[in-house]
Ligand binder design. Structure first.
Ligand SMILES: *[C@@H]1O[C@H](CO)[C@@H](O)[C@H](O)[C@H]1NC(C)=O
Ligand SMILES: *[C@@H]1O[C@H](CO)[C@@H](O)[C@H](O)[C@H]1NC(C)=O
Ligand SMILES: *[C@@H]1O[C@H](CO)[C@@H](O)[C@H](O)[C@H]1NC(C)=O
Ligand SMILES: *[C@@H]1O[C@H](CO)[C@@H](O)[C@H](O)[C@H]1NC(C)=O
Length: 336
């Protein structure tokens, strides 16, 4: 277990000054008086069910509107960060859907908290299906975009490679979960450590096939881990879905985390072109290498937007830092 934890969040790195001020502009649970929120669920191509929220302006005009699907950070649920982004975009006239990734939150899937990147990506396409066929508000099928925060940044890219109905793609504080699992942050994990991690997960799989207890990944030691802790384990961003417990939230199972080792979201990223991509990250973020890498491998049109002074988790909920204006303009321009 120890080496997986080291693999997930290996480095003790500097965390931005803002990140250390927990209260600075943190509005994870922001609600808008102008926006209607409605719980929804819809099927995937594999007949599993994804749970989400639908957001639209209370006075949404009847004309066809552009839409955006929003995915939450890895280990989170839609109530964490995704609802906030979906609400703020809905205020600007987009019809938005925040989703719970399969096996997380209110979405279907047993056991809970397992890792299956293909199904995570599929959830974005399933949300596009939903938006394109439902009649509550009129969505223009040709004007649907995707937005992924943290791990969902890599899942929405993975989805967009296979689904040309996703017409514009934005990420915030993106984590490439594949590179993270293989190499750690900033290439901090050696091949020997990777093999050790694989051995641990494999042995844990024996334990589980023998009927033993599921183990979960966990970490709380480094500066990076504390940055996550300040969000997920304080009233700033803590959320426990129905049927779960606080201890269970945020932790993928140990024996499935290794599925990310086969996940290469940026391979073929250039085939998304000419659909536009926008990568947003804090210039102090411990995860900045992932946005940088995706940006350099993507083809035009593409944009890399550094938020001065912001760390990784800052862009989950600090509304004074999240560049909603540029995000809105990106989708307005590219879903016009
Ligand atoms: C933290 O941010 C709040 C605003 O949200 C501000 O009032 C306070 O002065 C900041 N504290 C520090 C130590 O910077
Ligand atoms: C809510 O709607 C009112 C009336 O259209 C508008 O003046 C206000 O700016 C909107 N607020 C937000 C946060 O979008
Ligand atoms: C939406 O409306 C169309 C045309 O009226 C209808 O065929 C379709 O079944 C409706 N879809 C849903 C999900 O209600
Ligand atoms: C994790 O770290 C925080 C401080 O950053 C501490 O308050 C908390 O008790 C720790 N939790 C565990 C489970 O070690």
């Amino acid at each position: 277990m120890k080496s997986i934890n080291q693999c997930i969040l290996a480095l003790s790195m500097g965390v931005s000054a803002i990140a250390q001020n927990m209260t600075y502009g943190a509005e994870n649970f922001y609600r808008s008086n102008n926006v209607t929120v409605q719980p929804i669920s819809f099927p995937t191509q594999y007949r599993t069910t994804v749970a989400g929220n639908l957001f639209y302006l209370k006075d949404q005009s009847n004309g066809a509107a552009p839409a955006v699907v929003v995915g939450h950070p890895m280990g989170a649920v839609k109530e964490q960060s995704a609802n906030l982004y979906a609400t703020r975009l809905a205020e600007q006239g987009f019809i938005t859907v925040s989703i719970d990734l399969p096996f997380w939150g209110a979405s279907m899937g047993e056991p809970r908290n397992v890792v299956l990147p293909d199904l995570y990506a599929e959830a974005f396409s399933a949300a596009v299906d939903y938006l394109g066929i439902q009649n509550i508000t009129s969505v223009d099928r040709e004007r649907i975009g995707g937005l992924g925060i943290c791990g969902s940044g890599s899942f929405v890219i993975s989805a967009a490679k296979l689904d040309s109905r996703i017409k514009a793609i934005a990420t915030a504080s993106m984590y490439d979960m594949g590179t993270l699992a293989r190499q750690g942050l900033q290439n901090s994990q050696s091949v020997d450590q990777l093999k050790e991690t694989i051995d641990e997960a494999s042995q844990q799989r024996w334990t589980e096939s023998d009927g033993g207890e599921t183990q979960y990944t966990s970490a709380n030691a480094t500066a990076v881990e504390r940055e996550f802790y300040d969000y997920y384990r304080t009233k700033r961003g803590e959320f426990v879905p129905v049927g779960s417990t606080l201890d269970l939230t945020t932790h993928p199972t140990l024996s499935t985390f290794t599925k990310f080792i086969n996940f290469y979201p940026f391979n073929g990223i250039e085939t998304i072109s000419p659909r536009p991509m926008l990568f947003i990250a804090g210039d102090q973020a411990h995860s900045r290498e992932f946005s940088q890498d995706a940006y350099s491998r993507a083809a035009e049109p593409k944009e890399l937007l550094w938020v001065p002074g912001a760390g990784h988790v800052d862009l989950y909920d600090r509304t004074r830092l999240i560049p909603f204006q540029q995000l809105t303009e990106f989708f307005q321009t590219n879903l016009a």
